[in-house]
Ligand binder design. Sequence first.
Ligand code: ZN
Ligand code: ZN
Length: 268
Amino acid sequence: MFWKNYHAHTYRCKHAKGDAVHFARAARAGGASVYGMSDHAALPDNRWNNVRMAHQELNDYVAAVHYARTEVPEITVLLGMECEDIPEFRSYYKEELLGRRHFDYLIGAGHYTPLEGEWLNSFSELTNARALRAYSDHLAEMMVTGLYAFIAHPDVYGACLDRWNAEAAACARDILAAAAETNTPLEINGNGLHRHPIHTSEGTRVPYPWKPFWELAAEYPVTVICNSDAHRPEDALRGLSELHAIAEENGLTLADLSYLEPPNQAVA
Ligand SMILES: [Zn+2]
Ligand SMILES: [Zn+2]
C-alpha cells in the first residue's frame, strides 16, 4: 500500500527541522503517494510566535511547498496549515489561505483552549472537568465552521491526566458526537508516540494516542485519519503502521481525503 500523510512541519515553526522538499523526498523513499505539509499557521498578529512561522514567512513557506512539488513529482505534495481556531482569524483562513493563496486544506487544532478570556495550554492544563468541557466545546465549535479538513490529535488531553476517568470520557463523547454530527474526521496522531511517557500507578503509556478515546470512537459514526505529525524529515512517515493498527483494532473507518488532491496532480 501507499502511505498518505497530511500532517508535517518545517523549520519555520522553530521546533522542527528540514523544509518541505526534505519531507517530500523522505516520503517518496518511504513509499508515500500523498504527502501534505501543514506547518503551524502564520497568524496575522504574530501571536504565539515561539511555536509557529512569522506572518512574514508565509510567502516563503508557500514557495517551499511548490518547490517540493516540482522536485518530487512522483508523489502528490499538498499545501496545508495547522490552525488554531480563533474567530477573528477565520476570514483570513478562508479568504487568504484557502482563497487567494489556494491552500489545499487546513487542519483544525486546539493546542490552546479558551476559558473565560484566558488561553489554557491543552498539553498541560486540561486537568479538571471545567477545562475539559472548554476543550470539547472549542473543538466542537471549530468543527462547525467547516474550515478544517480534519481535527488534529483530539485526544491530546491524555498528556494532562493520569488516568481515564468519567470527565475524560465525557470530554471524548462530546468531541465524538460533534465529529459525527459535522462529518469531520478525527486524527490519530503519531507525534505523541515520541513524547515523554506518562507514568501512573497503572503503568506507563504514551500521552496520545490515548487508547480509551479510540475505543469509545467505535461507538460513533466517525471517520479517522492517521498522520505522523512529523517534525523531522527522518520521521516523515514514522509511526503510521502503529496508528493504523489502532484504527483497525477498534474497527474505525478511515476518512477518504482524496478530494483534496488537485486533479492535475494525481499520481500516474
Ligand atoms: Zn509542532
Ligand atoms: Zn502538528
